[in-house]
Design a protein around this ligand. Structure first.
Ligand SMILES: Nc1nc2c(c(=O)[nH]1)N[C@H]1C(S)=C(S)[C@@H](COP(=O)(O)O)O[C@H]1N2
Ligand SMILES: [Mo]
Length: 420
C-alpha cells in the first residue's frame, strides 16, 4: 500500500489535497460560499423525509438510462423498432451492472411467460428424458457466479466507420457483469444421463424468434454452464430470460439462450439458422467461419470518453476490462495515442470472465492528445490495436470486434471517438 502512495505516477495524497484546494479556489463563481469544516459541522435541523416504499428509486439528480438502437449507426429510435438497448457504461462505477440497466438484445421482443406453466424439455442422446418445471429446477443444487455477458455484436460501431460523436454507450454498451444463480449444467447432464458419445447440445428459447443454438460439449462448458433463474439476487427479469436462461461464462451472448424451453443432446451440431445464416464470420477471402464462440480479451476507457469534456490538470482515467479466456491480469493506459503506456491499477475484485475496473490518475497538460487502453488476460492474450485487428480479420465480419478503443481530446478538452 505504501508503495502505491509513493508511486509518482499515481495521484498522491499531497497532490489530491492540492488538486481539490485548487478546484475549491477556482470554483468560487459556481459555489457562492464554499463550505468550511466549521459550517459543515453545524448541521441545521431537517424536516421529515420522503415516505419509505416498496422500491428504492434513483435520486432525481441521477440521470441514467439505456438507449434503444435499431442498427449500427441508427440511434435514438422508436423503442418498437429497437433491436437492442445499450448500457450506460460511462455512468457506472465498480464492476456490477445494475439489473435494470443491463443491456438487452432480443430478436423478437420479450415474451410474457408464466413460470407455473413453463417447462424445460431435456432430451436427445440421454438415458432419461425429462420435462422440468421451475420448481424442479429450484429444488436442484444451485451455484452463483459473477461473470460478464457480452453480445458478440458489441463494438461493431467502430469496426468499419463511426461518427466522432458516438459515446462509450454506443460503442461498448452491449456488455454487463452480474451475479448469476441457477443449476450447474453438469448436474443436469448427470441427471438425464447424457450419452458419452454426445458432443453437442441444442438450446432453444421460448420467444417468437425461437432462437436456438448448437453448443459444443467441451469440458469448459460442462464445468461452467448454468441454467440460470437468478440475476443479482432476484429472479431474472423478463427481458433477460425469465423464468430461466442458459448462462455460459465467456461465450458469445447469443449462445446464452433466454426463456429456455429445450436442451437436446446430439453428436453433431444442429445447424440452426442462427449459426448458418446468422452469427457466422465473413472472412476477407469471402468464406465464412462458423462457431467462433469465445469473447476475446477487451477493454475500454469509460471516462473520459466520447462527448465528455475535461479540464487541464488532474484527471482520472477509468474503464472496464474483460476476457472470455479468464481473469484480467493487466490493463495499460496510453495518454499519447499508444506511443507510451503506463500500467493502470485494477481496483478489484478481479474475477475470471468478469469485468474488472481499472483506473489511472493522469495530469492533462492541455495539449490535444489521444487516450487508449489495452488489456491482457491470464492466458497471455493481449488486446490488439484496431489496425492490426483489421489486418488480421478484415472488415467483412460483423461479430467479435475487440480492438482497442481510442478517444481523442482536442485543445478545448472535448473527448471524441477516433478510428485509430
Ligand atoms: N431466446 C432468445 N435467447 C437469446 C436472444 C433472443 O433473442 N432470444 N438473444 C441472444 C443475444 S444475441 C444476446 S447478446 C443475449 C442478450 O441477453 P440480454 O438481453 O439478457 O442482455 O441473449 C441471447 N439469447
Ligand atoms: Mo447478441
Amino acid at each position: 500500500m505504501l508503495k502505491r502512495f509513493s508511486d509518482p505516477d499515481r495521484l498522491s495524497r499531497r497532490r489530491f489535497l492540492t488538486a481539490t484546494a485548487a478546484t475549491a479556489a477556482t470554483a468560487g463563481g459556481v459555489i457562492a460560499a464554499p463550505a468550511t469544516a466549521d459550517t459543515l459541522a453545524d448541521v441545521p435541523p431537517r424536516g421529515p423525509g420522503d415516505d419509505l416504499g416498496a422500491y428504492s428509486p434513483r435520486s432525481p439528480y441521477v440521470q441514467i438510462a439505456r438507449i434503444p438502437e435499431a442498427a449500427p449507426g441508427q440511434r435514438n429510435v422508436d423503442p418498437s423498432a429497437a433491436i437492442n438497448s445499450k448500457s450506460p457504461l460511462d455512468k457506472f462505477v465498480g464492476t456490477i451492472t445494475p439489473t435494470d440497466l443491463h443491456y438487452e438484445r432480443s430478436h423478437s421482443g420479450v415474451p410474457n411467460l408464466d413460470p407455473s406453466k413453463h417447462r424445460v424439455l431435456v432430451h436427445g442422446m440421454v438415458k432419461q428424458p425429462l420435462v422440468l418445471t421451475l420448481e424442479d429446477l429450484r429444488a436442484m443444487p444451485s451455484i452463483s457466479r459473477i461473470a460478464f455477458l457480452e453480445c458478440t455484436g458489441n463494438g461493431w460501431e467502430n469496426w468499419k466507420s463511426a461518427p466522432d460523436t458516438v459515446t462509450v454507450q454506443n460503442t461498448h454498451g452491449l456488455v454487463s457483469t452480474h451475479e448469476w444463480t441457477g443449476v450447474p449444467l453438469s448436474f443436469l447432464i448427470d441427471l438425464v444421463g447424457v450419452d458419452r458419445a454426445s458432443t453437442w447440445m441444442l438450446a432453444e428459447g421460448d420467444d417468437g424468434a425461437a432462437v436456438a443454438r448448437s453448443i459444443p460439449l467441451t469440458d469448459e462448458i460442462i464445468a461452467e454452464g448454468i441454467l440460470a433463474y437468478g440475476q443479482n439476487g432476484e429472479p431474472l427479469r423478463p427481458a433477460h430470460g425469465f423464468p430461466v436462461r442458459l448462462f455460459l461464462p465467456g461465450f458469445e451472448g447469443n449462445l446464452n439462450i433466454k426463456w429456455l424451453r429445450r436442451l437436446k443432446f446430439g453428436d453433431q451440431p444442429f445447424m440452426t439458422r442462427w449459426e448458418t445464416a446468422r452469427y457466422t464470420q465473413l472472412r476477407p477471402d469471402g468464406k465464412a467461419r462458423q462457431f467462433q464462440l469465445k469473447q476475446d480479451v477487451n477493454s475500454v476507457i469509460t471516462a473520459p470518453s466520447g462527448m465528455m469534456r475535461i479540464k487541464p490538470g488532474s484527471n482520472r482515467i477509468t474503464g472496464l476490462a474483460w476476457s472470455g479466456h479468464g481473469r484480467i491480469t493487466r490493463v495499460e493506459v496510453s495518454a499519447d495515442g499508444g506511443a507510451t503506456w503506463a500500467v493502470a491499477a485494477l481496483t478489484g475484485p478481479v474475477l475470471p470472465k468478469a469485468q474488472a475496473r481499472f483506473q489511472h490518475d493522469w495530469v492533462w497538460d492541455g495539449r490535444p492528445t489521444k487516450i487508449v487502453s489495452r488489456s491482457t488476460d491470464e492466458q497471455g492474450n493481449v488486446q490488439p490495436d484496431r489496425a492490426s485487428f483489421i489486418a488480421q480479420v478484415g472488415t467483412n465480419a460483423l461479430f467479435h470486434y475487440s480492438a482497442q478503443q481510442t478517444w481523442g481530446i482536442d485543445e478545448a478538452g472535448h473527448v471524441r471517438n477516433v478510428l485509430a
